[in-house]
Structure formats: structure tokens, C-alpha cells
Design a protein around this ligand. Structure first.
Ligand code: C5P
Ligand code: C5P
Ligand code: ZN
Length: 488
């Protein structure tokens, strides 16, 4: 490979190589197993790959799971597919795959930190980290799958919006003006050129298409607006004082229903409100990039890419990933109706879990360098990641990472989800390393991104694991390298 190519060009060349493997397998009528991760990005990645294979008339099977484990290896060994594709995970399991299925042709289309130095010519890995491109912010699992799909056939640019939904689901927009950048920006360009996407600058409160304005305002956390965040009644009064009509007949108006003038009035009143409280710096985070899917029905959650991502997350985490994949592949109608019901259940669970955590101080403990949420048997282990993501944005000390766990009873293990803030990253925190090193020390498995990572740990090692995480975070703050065989 020529050295004068840019990292992005080298990444795209590896995507093209993976695409070739897919085309060849299909030409030889090979059977393909696709495995993907269960969050929004993973479901979107499965949708992208599924649609690309469907258009090729390939013989394939899609499956969404929380991790790569012996069960999955067992299915591969039993079914003997000609090609196995992992999307949105895989790079953390290279050694396991090399040990168990070294002779299978495997494509790993991932954006997690790579763990293990495996040389196996049957394995083709497409991962931004291999080219020094940041997998936490510049491209997601569905984005990697998209570049491969585009390599299979340029007509697959019609999947660009789904790739962006995945990137937003993975919160890759924590940049200035909440703009997607890096390789994600190339996908935005493709989607805009195909007239499938419009990028607008607007108030970025979540629920732009579907939530009543006062509710969207009250649920805002970035920025947190004192006196309004968390207080629907006060938001109602605030909007009324601006003469902004809340309803059209019987129907609550959403942000998308406001006229340009009303939006200007609202933005400047919010800016004044923040400035009056000395929060000048927060004013600019009121407005940001909004990603609108042109072909979707206005007023539905699929129209706004961020709301779409939450729909996918809910299907994956509530054991209905086929619904999410079907929607990514173009199904609407009954699939969408059911997904909307799943979304309601998901929202209800989240709010129950958050109230539960807040009810008693021992459910969220503060140690010297981390916060720990004890979800134990109460919180569903597939939703603990979402709870972690939400709680990290409201911490009294945003420099301390948060880890939350729930028990996986049938496996005598605990599932940990770690999250932190940009502020902590700038101090040297890398949660992917912390989770990997701490879990491996106690017979578990972990990894992920610097800002968000996870681990499974034997339940009897729970307290040891937590203590070790606290120590490892301290080490990173002191600038020490954890290494992989570190013994704190
Ligand atoms: O497995 P995957 O990469 O898809 O999951 C990434 C997880 O990390 C998501 O749950 C997302 O919420 C979280 N994340 C985050 N902040 C970022 C990037 C990712 O909280 N900047
Ligand atoms: O499960 P959770 O959303 O907390 O995971 C955060 C990130 O860490 C995800 O990107 C997930 O894929 C990754 N992870 C990992 N290895 C694990 C557990 C989680 O790479 N064992
Ligand atoms: Zn991902």
C-alpha cells in the first residue's frame, strides 16, 4: 500500500477489499452469516449490510447480539457459512476468532479499539483505528458497513442516511455545533447529493419531529437550562410568555412546526435566559446541525436522524432487533407501528430505572475517581448502557467517569457500562483500556472506545473489579500507561 495515501484513502481501500470478498462469495453462491451489535449503530449496520446483500440476491442470515460468544462461534461451526461478517463489533474478539474459527473467511467491519495482533489471511478487518482515524467520533459501525456496501455497488448510496442514523446513535456528534465530521462527513455529502438528506441549523432539542415543544425543552440536557430543564410547567409558562402557540387545534406543536420567526424568538429568549444566569458559554450549544431524512414522513420519529436512532436502540435493546433492521431496509407500515410501541416501552423502562437509581444514595456511589451505579437485578442488562449514557451528562463532577452495572443472572456475571465526558478525555482517560485491563484481570472481557466502553465480569469479582477500575482511572490521570498485563 502506497505511503502517500491519506488515512481516509487507505481506509477506503480496505473497505473496497472487503467489498470484493462479498461480491466473490455471492458470485460463488456462498452462504453468508452476518452478526451485529444490538445498539442503534449495530442495528443500522445490520440494516445496511442486509439491504446490500438483499440487492445482490445473496443467500444470507442476519443476527443481532450483545457480544461475540461461544454460542455464536457454535452457530458458525455448525452452519459452516462460506463467509462470516461482523458489523459494529469484532475487533475486540480477534484472538477468540483466530482460536475458534481460523479457517473461516471472516470480514470484520468495526470501529472499536482493536484488541490483539492476529495475522490470519482469512480475516479482513476494516477499522478506522488501523489508519489512526478516531472510531469514536469519525465513523461508526454502520458507517464502516456503508463504505463496504458502496464498494459493492455505488447505488448503495441510498443507504447513506441509515449510516448517519447509526453514527448519531453512537453520539458521534459531540463536536462544535453537533456536526458530524471525518468519514461521517463524506457520508453526509453522499446523502445530500442523493437528495436523501437535508442538514439544517436549528435548535437541537431532542424530539424535534414528535415531542410537544415544552416537553422537548424540559428534557434538554445540552445545554442544561436552569429553571427550565426538567420542569415542564415552567417551560409551558416560558413559551406562553413568548406568545408561542402550543397547540394546533388538539395537536401539540413540535419544534418542527414553529415558524422561522417563532424559532428566532425562542432561541433569543433562551440565549437571554442563559446569559442572565452567567452561562454565556452555553448559548452556542443551543443551535446545531440537524439531520433531516427527506424521504420520511414529517412529524414521525424517522424524519429526524437522532429520533430514528432512538427507535433502533429500543428495538435492539428490547429484543426486537428484526423490527429495527426491517425498518432500516425500508419496511414501514406494520413494522413501524410495532416499533413505535417498543419505543414507548423503552422510554418507560428508562424513566423507571432513572427514578429507581435516584431513590437511594447507595444505588449511585461516588468513589475517589469514579461514580458507580449499582443496577444489580433491577436494571435490564441490555439497557444499562443507555442509563449510563444518560447519567453521565448530569454528574456533579463531570471529570469522574461513571460505571454502571446490571447482573446477567444466568451467567453469574455483571454487565458494566462505562461512560465519560470530553473533559475527562482531555485529562488522559481512555475507558476502553480501563475496561479491558480491569476485566481481564478478573477473568472477564471488556473494551470499547475512549469515551464509552463496557465489560462483563464474574459476579464474585464485582467489588475487586470496581476497586481496580478506580485505581486504573487514577493511573491514567497521572499519565501512566496501563499496558495489557498491568497488575494494579
Ligand atoms: O458499540 P458501539 O460503538 O455502537 O456503542 C457506542 C456507545 O458509546 C453508544 O452507546 C454511545 O451512546 C456511546 N458513546 C458516547 N459518546 C461518544 C461516543 C459513543 O456516549 N462520543
Ligand atoms: O454496552 P455499552 O453500550 O456500555 O458499551 C459501550 C461500548 O463498549 C460499545 O461500543 C460496546 O460495543 C463496547 N464494548 C466492548 N466490549 C465489551 C463490552 C462493550 O467493546 N466487552
Ligand atoms: Zn458502534
Amino acid at each position: 500500500m502506497s505511503e502517500d495515501k491519506t488515512p481516509a484513502e487507505r481506509f477506503l481501500a480496505s473497505a473496497a477489499e472487503a467489498a470484493e470478498v462479498i461480491v466473490e462469495t455471492v458470485e460463488n453462491d456462498g452462504f453468508i452469516h452476518v452478526f451485529s451489535h444490538l445498539d442503534a449503530d449495530g442495528v443500522a449496520a445490520a440494516g445496511v449490510m442486509g439491504k446490500a446483500l438483499f440487492k445482490l440476491d445473496a443467500r444470507f442470515r442476519l443476527r443481532v447480539t450483545q457480544w461475540v460468544d461461544e454460542k455464536i462461534i457454535g452457530e458458525i461451526v455448525a452452519d459452516k457459512p462460506q463467509l462470516v461478517i461482523f458489523t459494529d463489533f469484532g475487533s475486540g474478539y480477534l484472538e477468540l476468532l483466530n482460536e475458534k474459527i481460523p479457517d473461516f473467511k471472516v470480514l470484520i467491519l468495526d470501529h472499536h479499539q482493536v484488541n490483539g495482533d492476529v495475522e490470519n489471511e482469512n480475516f479482513v478487518q476494516v477499522n478506522p483505528h488501523l489508519y489512526d482515524i478516531d472510531g469514536a467520533t469519525e465513523v461508526s459501525g454502520s458507517g464502516v458497513a456503508y463504505f463496504v456496501a458502496k464498494g459493492v455497488n455505488v447505488k448503495n448510496v441510498d443507504l447513506a442516511p441509515i449510516a448517519l442514523v447509526g453514527a448519531l446513535g453512537d453520539m458521534q456528534d459531540k463536536n462544535e455545533q453537533r456536526k458530524l465530521h471525518g468519514l461521517n462527513a463524506l457520508i453526509v455529502e453522499d446523502a445530500v447529493a442523493a437528495q436523501l438528506l437535508t442538514v439544517e441549523k436549528d435548535l437541537t432539542f431532542f424530539g424535534r419531529e414528535t415531542r410537544a415543544i415544552h416537553r422537548a425543552l424540559a428534557s434538554a440536557t445540552t445545554p442544561f437550562i436552569p429553571g427550565l430543564s426538567g420542569e415542564e410547567d415552567k417551560c409551558l409558562a416560558f413559551l406562553a410568555s413568548l406568545d408561542i402557540k402550543l397547540k394546533d387545534g388538539e395537536k401539540w406543536r413540535a419544534l418542527r412546526d414553529l415558524t422561522e420567526e417563532e424559532k428566532k424568538k425562542l432561541s433569543s429568549a433562551l440565549a437571554d435566559h442563559l446569559i442572565a444566569r452567567g452561562l454565556h458559554a452555553d448559548v452556542e450549544s443551543l443551535i446545531g446541525n440537524v439531520y433531516v431524512l427527506n424521504r420520511e414522513e414529517p412529524g414521525t420519529p424517522l424524519r429526524d436522524a437522532r429520533e430514528f436512532a432512538v427507535v433502533l436502540n429500543s428495538t435492539g435493546r428490547l429484543d426486537k432487533p428484526s423490527l429495527g433492521m426491517a425498518i432500516c431496509m425500508g419496511d414501514r407500515g406494520a413494522a413501524l407501528e410495532e416499533a413505535n410501541r417498543v419505543l414507548d416501552d423503552y422510554r418507560r423502562s428508562i424513566s423507571t430505572y432513572l427514578s429507581w437509581v435516584m431513590e437511594k444514595p447507595e444505588r449511585m456511589r461516588e468513589l475517589e475517581h469514579i461514580y458507580v451505579v449499582y443496577g444489580e437485578t433491577f436494571i435490564n442488562e441490555k439497557i444499562i448502557g443507555t442509563i449510563s449514557s444518560i447519567l453521565v451528562s448530569g454528574l456533579a463532577n463531570p471529570e469522574k467517569p461513571l460505571i454502571a452495572f446490571a447482573n446477567i443472572e444466568e451467567e453469574n456475571a455483571a454487565k458494566f457500562s462505562a461512560r465519560t465526558t470530553a473533559m475527562a478525555l482531555s485529562k488522559g482517560i481512555n475507558l476502553g483500556d480501563v475496561m479491558r485491563v480491569a476485566s481481564e484481570k478478573y477473568g472477564g472481557k471488556g473494551g470499547g472506545h475512549n469515551v464509552a466502553a463496557g465489560a462483563q465480569v464474574p459476579i464474585d469479582q464485582l467489588e475487586n473489579f470496581i476497586t481496580t477500575v478506580n485505581v486504573l482511572v487514577e493511573k491514567q490521570l497521572k499519565g501512566e500507561d496501563l499496558g495489557s498485563n498491568d497488575s494494579p
